[in-house]
Design a protein around this ligand. Structure first.
Ligand SMILES: CC(C)(COP(=O)(O)OP(=O)(O)OC[C@H]1O[C@@H](n2cnc3c(N)ncnc32)[C@H](O)[C@@H]1OP(=O)(O)O)[C@@H](O)C(=O)NCCC(=O)NCCSC(=O)C[C@H](O)C(=O)O
Ligand SMILES: [Mg+2]
Length: 270
């Protein structure tokens, strides 16, 4: 995976300790699997999860990008997690609770793109430096932890975290890396998920992290250009003459043409 590849739209966490989920993941349409060795795995099953992760990655997930989330820098399990990645063909490593570029140091030797999770108040202020680090290919919002750290009375309240969510995306773009939205915990609330995924795309996120198979297809739809967007982009590119002009009742300039071309390329319609 290189930064010039398209960003994954759907990134599904799969607990390393859940054999059924690891099995099921191979048949899902997620663009990327994130095999989790951190919070989804009970403390007394970390070694077992590492072994299962190694076996699953070695068996392969054809057609999918695969990342592994290791434990945070400073956690006792991290060294064993990193050792367990040795010789595995994965596309990225996800590092939780990154507060500063220094936290990336234990992972640098892997030579893999790092997706850094921004999930503490400190990280909201250092996200720009983290995104600017050459080892970082993307930022992931960790909103469960952020809500916890902020002591939000209503838990995962995106309204109360709107400044932080936008700061993550600003930092990602300032650093020229991808940005991925946080997870939606209410797995049975399809309408709520669709609304949150649409909001994430509107805020500029490239994709969204997921926790359940039922979220994969709606996520791919939310982060793919719609037919209406494609038609509008085609009309804009056809009408563009360069510089400022009126098109469909609004002003367009060259950056709008560039955005329309990028959307068409992403949709395979360039
Ligand atoms: C949330 C869950 C615990 C729900 O589990 P469960 O009720 O058992 O799910 P279902 O019975 O509906 O599952 C149906 C089938 O789908 C498979 N499944 C479920 N989840 C996954 C998955 N994530 N990947 C692949 N397959 C999955 C089940 O095995 C069933 O299969 P089958 O029986 O063969 O039909 C559970 O969904 C879950 O554990 N999700 C992931 C949780 C996780 O990884 N959490 C950590 C990441 S989230 C996070 O930490 C974000 C961030 O750090 C932050 O701070 O916000
Ligand atoms: Mg977290």
């Amino acid at each position: 995976m290189t930064p010039s590849d398209y960003p994954p739209r759907s990134l599904l966490y799969v607990p390393g300790s859940n054999a059924r989920a690891l099995d099921k993941a191979a048949g899902l349409a997620a663009d990327m699997l994130i095999i989790d060795l951190e919070d989804a795995v009970p403390a007394d099953r970390k070694a077992e999860a590492r072994e299962a992760m190694r076996a699953a990655v070695t068996a392969g997930f054809p057609g999918k990008r695969v990342a592994v989330r290791v434990n945070a820098t400073g956690a006792a399990e991290q060294a064993d997690d990193i050792a367990a990645l040795s010789g595995l063909a994965i596309d990225a490593v996800v590092l939780p609770k990154v507060d500063a570029p220094l936290d990336l140091d234990p992972l640098r030797g892997l030579g893999l793109p790092i997706f850094a999770m921004i999930e503490t108040p400190t990280a909201i202020y250092t996200a720009r430096d983290i995104a600017a680090d050459p080892a970082v290919a993307g930022l992931i919002a960790g909103l469960n932890d952020l809500a916890h750290e902020l002591k939000l009375p209503d838990g995962m309240d995106r309204g109360a975290m709107s400044h932080a969510i936008q700061a993550i995306m600003l930092a990602a773009r300032a650093g020229g890396v991808w940005g991925f939205d946080g997870v939606y915990n209410a797995i049975d609330d399809a309408a709520g998920f669709a609304a949150e995924a649409a909001e994430g795309r509107r805020l500029g996120f490239d994709g969204k992290t997921l926790i359940h198979p039922s979220q994969v297809d709606p996520c791919n739809t939310a982060f793919a250009p719609s037919e209406r967007e494609i038609a509008a982009a085609e009309a804009l590119v056809t009408a563009a003459t360069g510089g400022a002009q009126r098109h469909d009742g609004r002003m367009i300039e060259d950056m709008h043409v560039a955005a329309a071309r990028a959307l068409l390329e992403r949709a395979g319609r360039a």
